[in-house]
Each structure stands twice: as structure tokens, then as C-alpha cells.
Ligand binder design. Structure first.
Ligand SMILES: Cc1cc2nc3c(=O)[nH]c(=O)nc-3n(C[C@H](O)[C@H](O)[C@H](O)COP(=O)(O)O)c2cc1C
Length: 322
């Protein structure tokens, strides 16, 4: 059945796309315990896909358990997005998301990501051209402004994206200038919801089931990112709170089990060398706040092999029982 944002049970719970973190292993881990979470890929260059970059093709590779998966693309040339579409369609993605929110200097300097907020006609043209050339629903993830939040400008920008064919908009409640500082402002998303017909997802600073519940208001969904680092089960707890009648897990895995599963998935999807390199930051996040964190952090961020990492987790587990 064709994926449609309108057919999903609301509120939607989305795992934020996070470059360097939400790879296939992470998404599979989250979906193991919370299958109804909608996942986005890390942002991938439309230009690179057009030029058949193997790295970019690998980046959007996924397992069927991640479906419905939204592939996020960034770029600025409508024709390159169009040429990237077959790759996304061939991997059976559920939808295409256009990144209009990345604040990274390198990305903005090349007029990609959130720089598109400054060129609203081009932003709408990209959505229009992509929508015209695929049957997949096209969505946009954006911020509330570039330098500052201007209600009229922001709403016109989003209204034009809707007119151009966007089927959903995710709003991160910060400007580009803010980066990740300050507090996310969710009010622009609430007003946008009143204005647009398409579903709106809110994003920024959700770190508990309580904060998800208090921020949802009239929105169609919530997207959660950084707070899941080292705590992928947060998605389960948020989903259960937003959907109290959803299936309860009979047994929740502990930190040790989660970390070991994550290691195995990372190695399976990326091979031992790359998989373990990628795991280091996750392992440091898992251990954050533990009383014996300092003792093990240095060893965790230096692990090289799968066996070494699994043995270290077992050692930490054993010591935690003493
Ligand atoms: C390390 C990192 C990488 C990110 N990569 C992406 C990305 O590839 N695409 C995107 O749209 N947003 C990206 N973001 C932004 C997040 O999707 C999200 O909007 C932001 O972290 C705010 O949500 P949170 O407070 O729940 O983390 C990234 C954020 C972080 C911290």
C-alpha cells in the first residue's frame, strides 16, 4: 500500500534525521522496540546521487524493518533532485524529504539546507519539480527563519511549499542563526498548523514523554532527536504516552542489552572497522550519567573490534552488579 502521511495514526512520532547518528543500525534499533516510529535517513546529497556516488548510495541503504522510511535529500538544483529520484524509488523509500533546515556553515555557504529559507522561490520550485517527478509524497524539514523569526515571511514560505506540492512540513523551532542554542520555539508551528491543510510535525528539545505530551497541542506529530542518544528506548516511552493503547513490551531491555544489540547492528550494516568507529560516540552516550562512567569512557571510545566491545560491555555489567 502506498505510504501517505494522512493515513498514519496520529500523533506521529518521528526519529529526527541526524547526520553521523541515525544510520541504518540506529533506526533498526529504535524500530525493534517502537515499530511505529517513522524514521528519516541522514541527509544525503542529491548532487552526489546524481553523479552515482557510491558513498551516498550506501548512505541511504536500508533494511526492510525500517520501512516506512523517509529519505532526506539536500541540494539546490531541481534537475539534480530529479535525477536522484530513481535511487530513492528503487530502494522502496516511503517518501522524500527535502532538507531546508541544516545550519552547518559548509552547507549554508553552498546555498543548501536552511539557506533555501532565503530563496523561497527556489525552495518551492524544488518541491514542485520533485513532486512532479515522483509518486512518493514529498515533505520538507525546515526552521522558523534564517536570521530571525518573521511570522508573515515564515508562513508565506510554508504556504508556498504546500502549494508547490509538499505533503508534510516538519518545523524545528529555531532559526538558522541560533544553530542549536537557546530554546526551541514551538509557537510558529502551532500557528502554521492553523493555516495549512497538510500535517505539521513539531521539533526541538523534546526529552521526555511529558515534554512530548505538553508540546503536541494541535500538531500532527513530534520529532525527537538528540535526547535519544544513549537512550533509544525514549522513543518507546514517548510513543506509549502518546498512544496509551499501543502494545506494551513484555520486557524492556537494559542498557547492556541495548548497547550489545546496537554494536551487532552497526557491524552488520557497516562492517567491523567502520561499524566500530561509528559506535564509539554511541557507547560514550550510553554510559553518560552512570556512576562508573569516567572509568570506562576512555576504553569505550577506543574500541576497535566487535568482540572487544561486547566483552567490555559484559565487564561493565558484571561490575555494576557488585
Ligand atoms: C548531530 C546532528 C546531526 C543532524 N543532522 C541532520 C540531518 O541530517 N538532517 C536534518 O534535517 N536535521 C539534522 N539535524 C537536526 C535534527 O534533525 C533536529 O532538528 C534537531 O536536533 C532538533 O531536535 P532535538 O532537539 O530533538 O535534537 C541534526 C542534528 C544533530 C544534533
Amino acid at each position: 500500500m502506498k505510504f501517505s502521511w494522512n493515513k498514519l495514526s496520529k500523533p506521529i512520532l518521528a526519529l529526527a534525521p541526524m547526520e553521523g547518528y541515525t544510520d541504518s543500525a540506529y533506526r533498526q534499533l529504535v524500530k525493534t522496540y517502537t515499530p511505529n516510529v517513522i524514521c528519516w535517513t541522514e541527509f544525503t546529497s542529491a548532487d552526489a546521487l546524481k553523479y552515482k556516488s557510491r558513498t551516498s548510495q550506501k548512505k541511504i541503504k536500508c533494511d526492510k524493518t525500517e520501512q516506512p522510511l523517509i529519505v532526506q535529500l539536500f541540494g539546490k538544483k531541481p534537475e539534480n533532485f530529479i535525477q536522484a529520484i530513481p535511487y530513492v524509488e528503487n530502494m522502496n523509500a516511503a517518501g522524500i524529504d527535502i532538507n531546508m533546515g541544516c545550519p552547518a556553515k559548509k552547507v549554508v555557504a553552498s546555498e543548501h539546507g536552511s539557506a533555501l529559507i532565503k530563496t523561497p522561490e527556489l525552495a518551492a520550485e524544488i518541491v514542485y519539480q520533485v513532486s512532479k517527478n515522483t509518486s512518493l509524497p514529498v515533505s520538507v524539514k525546515t526552521r522558523i527563519g534564517f536570521k530571525e523569526f518573521d511570522k508573515a515571511k515564515f508562513e508565506k514560505f510554508c504556504l508556498n511549499l504546500e502549494k508547490a506540492g509538499a505533503k508534510l512540513i516538519t518545523v524545528h523551532g529555531r532559526t538558522t542563526k541560533q544553530g542549536y542554542s537557546g530554546k526551541a520555539d514551538w509557537k510558529p508551528a502551532y500557528s502554521l498548523k492553523k493555516l495549512l491543510k497538510i500535517p505539521i510535525i513539531g521539533n526541538g528539545d523534546i526529552d521526555s514523554p511529558e515534554s512530548a505530551l505538553s508540546h503536541i497541542e494541535t500538531l500532527d506529530g513530534i520529532m525527537v532527536g538528540r535526547a535519544t542518544f544513549g537512550n533509544p528506548l525514549l522513543m518507546y516511552h514517548i510513543y506509549k504516552t502518546l498512544h496509551p493503547r499501543s502494545k506494551k513490551l513484555k520486557r524492556l531491555p537494559d542498557w547492556f542489552e541495548l548497547a550489545k544489540k546496537h554494536i551487532k547492528l552497526s557491524v552488520k550494516t557497516k562492517g567491523e572497522k567502520k561499524g566500530m568507529l561509528e559506535m564509539r560516540k554511541h557507547l560514550a552516550a550510553y554510559i553518560k550519567g552512570f556512576p562508573y562512567a569516567a572509568k570506562y569512557r576512555l576504553r569505550l571510545v577506543q574500541v576497535v573490534s566487535e568482540n572487544e566491545a561486547l566483552a567490555l560491555i559484559d565487564e561493565i555489567h558484571k561490575n555494576s552488579l557488585k
